[in-house]
Design a protein. Sequence first.
Length: 65
Amino acid sequence: MPVLKADFGACQGYANCVDAAPDVYDIDDDGVVVLLKEEISDEERPRIEEAARSCPVSALMIEDA
């Protein structure tokens, strides 16, 4: 099952990921991404990969477990 990862130090709070997948990503009060899920289904992977690619600082990744 695919696993979400984030480089919290790289995140700059652009929130493009939140716009693209608000059920998966959020931004905390400090402007850093929050992963609302850690594991995703294969069916939702394309949509979440697109959201991860929308990050201008490449702070989001999806790895195969």
